[in-house]
Every structure is written in C-alpha cells, then in structure tokens.
Design a protein around this ligand. Structure first.
Ligand code: THU
Length: 160
C-alpha cells in the first residue's frame, strides 16, 4: 500500500478591498447578482460573475424551485449561460458571493461539488485555468488559481 498526498494551494485576502482590481470589480457584479437570487426555500443567496476573454461579464444567481432538486446553483446558472451565449470565449475569472437571509455570512463560501464538476468541464474545454474568488457577504476572500485546486482527482472526458 502506498500513501498518495494531494496538495492544493489557496490564497486568502483579508477583505474585498485587497483584491486585484479586475477581481474586485467582478466581485461587485457577483454581489449585485446575489441580491437578485430567487431563494425563498433555503433563504441562502448566491451570486456568481464570470469574466470572459472577450471582455463580456456574465452573471447568475441561484434559482430555487418548489420541487427542490429542480433548482440550480448560482455558479452553474452563470457558467451555463456563458457557455451558451459565448461558446468560443474562455473564462478568465469567476467571483462568487454567498449570504444567508437570516444572518450575515462572514466567511468565504466555496462552490458545491456539483458546481465544481461543472466548472471543471469548462476549464478542460478551454485548456486554460479559471481563477476563482469566493466570499460570504463581508470579510475574507479566498482564491484558487485553478478549479483543479478545488476538485482534485476530478472525473473528466479522458476516461470515456
Ligand atoms: N447554492 C449555490 O447557489 N451555490 C453553491 O455552490 C452552493 C449552494 C445554492 C443552492 C440553494 O439554492 C442554496 O444555495 C442553498 O443550498
């Protein structure tokens, strides 16, 4: 038996103002999108903003449904919209902000597993890393240089 260690590097910014300018501006769009989420069941709003290499910014937020599994997360709403509207553009940056309607969310909220899998597809398709910044409503912002740092040992087309 051999032990295998997998390493990921993440970066932590003390607050929104500490972000590089492009990421700061994109996070503002994610925050705006978060405020427009449709989340009457969980009362948990998430907004995502994507910067493409054609300078377009695409945003999305979670869209819930009375039939709970029919709803969709913010990240996938945004990433699928980007893929459908700009199929040849590359995703450079993604910013995510999440917050509960009941209390202020002060720590970075990473994308769920299903969203990581969906974002991974685009990273592989475009053969270039996607930088992902995520936060709560206020406080520290976490960054990964690539989706693969958030989803090691991912499932991809190479095995099909
Ligand atoms: N949610 C997202 O939008 N993104 C995630 O990565 C995690 C969860 C949404 C789904 C649901 O509407 C609410 O947050 C609570 O799970």
């Amino acid at each position: 038996m051999k032990e295998i260690k997998i390493e990921s590097t993440l970066y932590l910014y003390e607050n929104l103002e500490a972000l590089p300018k492009k990421a700061f501006l994109l996070m503002q769009e994610a925050i705006k999108a978060r405020k427009k989420a449709y989340a009457p069941y969980s009362n948990f709003n998430v907004g995502a903003a994507i910067l493409l290499d054609n300078d377009e910014i695409v945003t999305g937020n979670n869209q819930e449904n009375a039939s709970y599994p029919s709803g969709l997360c913010a990240e996938r709403t945004a990433v699928y919209y980007a893929g459908s509207q700009f199929p040849n553009a590359k995703i450079l940056l993604m910013a995510i902000s999440a917050g509960s309607q009941k209390s202020q969310t002060t720590k970075p909220i990473p994308p769920c597993g299903a969203c990581r899998q969906s974002i991974a597809e685009y990273e592989i398709k475009q053969e270039a890393s996607i930088e992902i910044y995520f936060m709560g409503e206020i406080g520290q912002v976490m960054k990964s240089n690539s989706l693969s740092d958030l989803l090691p040992l991912g499932f991809d087309k190479s095995v099909l």
